[in-house]
Design a protein. Structure first.
Length: 367
C-alpha cells in the first residue's frame, strides 16, 4: 500500500501560491497566464452565476483554488478554474477572445441576493453604475490560491488532474473534460476528431439538439464509435465505467503512431454515407414492427450497435447490391434481436449493455 502511495505521489510535482486578483490580471496581460482557445469555449456560465461570483469576492468569501500547469518556458496554462478566472477577467474588461486576440466586452452584473444594487453594475465605466475606486482596489487585492502542476510531473498526471477536478461538475460535461485532455495530449488528434464530427452523413443521422451540441454530445458519439469499434470483446467486458473507458481509449489513440487516421476517417464517412442514404434521421430510432416504422427519439444503444456492426463489416457492405433496402432491413431486425432487446432498454448500465450488444451486432450486420 505505502509503495503504491509513494509511486503515485512521485508522478505529480506541485507548488502553491496565494495571489491577488490584480497579480493574476497582470500575468494574463503579459501572457504568462494563458487560456487555450479550445478551453475558452467551455466558458458558458450564465450572467447570474457570474454575478454571484463577483458578489462573493466583494463580500470577502474565499474562492476555491485554481489549478495551472506550468510549461517548460515558465508560462502557466489554466486547467481548472476557467469559469472563475474568465468571469473575473471579463468583468474587469481584460478577457481576450483567444481566437483573434481582441478584448471581449466587459460584463454587466445582475442583482444578487445580498447585493441587489449590483444590477447594471460594471467594474469601471463612464456610463451607468460602476464600482467606486476603493471597491475596485479592494476587488483586485482579493486573494485566490493557485495550485501549480510543475513541468517535471509525469505526462499523464495533467490528464488525470483535469479529470479529477472536473468530473461530475456542472460547468463541463464529460466530453468537454475529455476534449481538453485530448488537446493536452495531441492537438492534431483533437482537430481530427472534430473533423469526423462535421461529416455530413453523421450530422444528418444523429440530429443534435442545441443543448446537446453545446455539451459536445456529438463529439462523444464520435468517440463512442472509435472506442467500441476498435476494442476487443475482453476490453469491453473489462470496462470499469463508460466515461473513463472512452477517455482512456481516446488518450491512447491520440499518441498511437500506428493509427491510420485517414483509413479510419474513410470508413467513418462510408458508414454514415450509407446510413444517411438508407435511413437518414431514422437511423437510430426504435423500430416498431407492429406499425412497420421507426419511431421516437435517438437511441444511444442503437447507435452503438449499428455503427460498430456496420463498421465491422464495412468492406462487405461497400460491395453489396441493393444496399439501401438491405441495410434498412438489418437495422429494423436489430430491434427484435434477443441480445439487443434485453439490453437496449432503460435501466441497463452501459457496462452491461455494451459488452452484450457490440459482439452481437458485429455478427448481425453481416450483409
Amino acid at each position: 500500500m505505502q509503495g503504491e502511495i509513494d509511486a503515485g505521489r512521485s508522478t505529480v510535482k506541485a507548488d502553491a501560491y496565494s495571489m491577488s486578483i490584480g497579480e493574476l490580471i497582470n500575468l494574463y496581460r503579459s501572457r504568462e497566464l494563458v487560456i487555450r482557445p479550445e478551453f475558452q469555449r467551455l466558458f458558458r456560465w450564465s450572467q447570474e452565476k457570474k454575478s454571484r461570483l463577483i458578489e462573493s469576492i466583494l463580500l470577502g468569501i474565499p474562492l476555491p483554488s485554481v489549478f495551472v500547469m506550468q510549461r517548460h518556458d515558465g508560462v502557466w496554462e489554466l486547467i481548472d478554474g476557467l469559469q472563475r478566472i474568465s468571469t473575473i477577467l471579463e468583468f474587469t474588461g481584460e478577457l481576450l477572445d483567444e481566437d483573434n486576440g481582441e478584448p471581449r466586452p466587459p460584463s454587466t452584473l445582475t442583482a444578487t441576493k445580498y447585493l441587489p444594487s449590483l444590477h447594471g453594475m460594471t467594474f469601471e465605466s463612464d456610463e451607468g453604475p460602476t464600482l467606486s475606486a476603493g471597491q475596485r482596489i479592494g476587488f483586485k487585492r482579493s486573494k485566490i490560491d493557485v495550485k501549480i502542476l510543475l513541468p517535471e510531473s509525469d505526462e499523464k498526471a495533467k490528464y488525470e488532474l483535469f479529470d479529477r477536478l472536473n468530473s461530475g461538475g456542472e460547468s463541463a460535461s464529460a466530453q468537454e473534460v475529455r476534449n481538453v485532455q485530448l488537446i493536452m495530449a495531441d492537438r492534431s488528434f483533437f482537430k481530427w476528431i472534430m473533423g469526423l464530427r462535421a461529416v455530413d452523413g453523421f450530422q444528418e443521422c444523429t440530429l443534435m439538439s442545441t443543448r446537446q451540441a453545446e455539451q459536445q454530445y456529438d463529439v462523444e458519439l464520435v468517440c463512442r464509435y472509435l472506442a467500441l469499434s476498435r476494442s476487443t470483446d475482453f476490453e469491453l467486458r473489462a470496462m470499469p465505467d463508460v466515461d473513463s473507458f472512452l477517455t482512456d481509449k481516446m488518450l491512447a489513440f491520440a499518441v498511437d503512431s500506428t493509427l491510420d487516421r485517414d483509413d479510419v476517417a474513410s470508413k467513418f464517412s462510408s458508414i454514415f454515407s450509407m446510413l444517411s442514404a438508407a435511413l437518414g434521421s431514422e437511423s437510430f430510432r426504435r423500430y416498431d414492427a407492429s406499425k412497420k416504422r421507426f419511431m421516437g427519439g435517438f437511441s444511444v444503444s442503437a447507435y452503438e450497435a449499428i455503427t460498430a456492426g456496420v463498421g465491422h463489416n464495412i468492406d462487405a457492405w461497400l460491395t453489396t447490391g441493393n444496399r439501401d433496402e438491405k441495410l434498412r432491413n438489418k437495422v429494423a431486425l436489430l430491434w427484435s434481436l434477443p441480445a439487443f432487446k434485453t439490453q437496449a432498454r432503460g435501466g441497463v448500465r452501459g457496462t452491461t449493455r455494451i459488452p452484450a450488444i457490440v459482439p452481437a451486432a458485429k455478427n448481425h450486420f453481416k450483409p
